[in-house]
Design a protein around this ligand. Structure first.
Ligand code: AMP
Length: 206
């Protein structure tokens, strides 16, 4: 299997598609956002360092996340491919990654900004990592997978969302050209139902 990167604005649905790729192809789903949130919850030194950046909708410093990902990619389960979700997010992160990994494909999960706002305002999370949208929950307030209580991410508040989108435009969007120049970019139309979008993802991965 391939070494895959998922690019796309916050709220584009990278995490949802990464989870589906993980299930279909049995390769690890590595989400830097999930790793950082887990560290915050556990109160580790990394979590303490990351919290103020995340709460403000800013990026955690490159050297922090780069070290984290480099370590994770050395684990045994990454030998047969992996999906990076939310990393790289800056050009220096992409350049560091190119030094330690061979990326095969960068999927650009492409969604217009107005759809993003709608998705993020309805997003609900579970501590186990599952993500839902209120429109598909039918009023349920617990996770379908583990039964945990669902909650709204602190950084999904409207004022933080606006800042995250600004940060995305300034720092992450340039990666689209970075990977296009390397001939690795595939655009995925990501408006519509989750399973339809996953069909587009699978086509792009072929
Ligand atoms: P995410 O769950 O991918 O939306 O990430 C949530 C937050 O974690 C982001 O808004 C950043 O503050 C931080 N974060 C996640 N991945 C990275 C990264 N690759 N570089 C810097 N900060 C990150």
């Amino acid at each position: 299997m391939k070494n895959i990167i998922l690019l796309g604005a916050p709220g584009a649905g990278k995490g949802t598609q990464a989870a589906l790729i993980h299930e279909e192809f049995d390769i690890p789903h590595i989400s830097t956002g999930d790793i950082l949130r887990r560290n915050i919850k556990e109160g580790t030194p990394l979590g303490v360092k990351a919290k103020s950046f995340i709460d403000a909708g800013e990026l955690v410093p490159d050297e922090v996340v780069i070290g984290l990902v480099e370590q994770r990619l050395q684990e045994e389960d990454c030998k047969n491919g992996y999906i990076l979700d939310g990393f790289p997010r800056t050009i220096p992160q992409a350049e560091s990654l190119d030094k330690v990994a061979r990326i095969d494909i960068a999927l650009n999960i492409d969604v217009p900004f107005d759809v993003i706002m709608e998705r993020m305002s309805g997003r609900r999370m579970c501590a186990c990592g599952e993500t839902y949208h209120v429109s598909t929950l039918g009023g349920a307030t617990t996770c379908k997978k583990c039964g945990g209580e669902l909650y709204i991410r602190e950084d999904d508040k409207p004022e933080t969302v606006a800042n995250r989108l600004k940060v995305y435009e300034a720092q992450t969007q340039p990666l689209i050209d970075y990977y296009r120049k390397q001939g690795k970019l595939k655009d995925v139309n990501a408006v519509g139902a989750i399973d339809e979008i996953f069909e587009n993802v699978k086509k792009a991965l072929q």
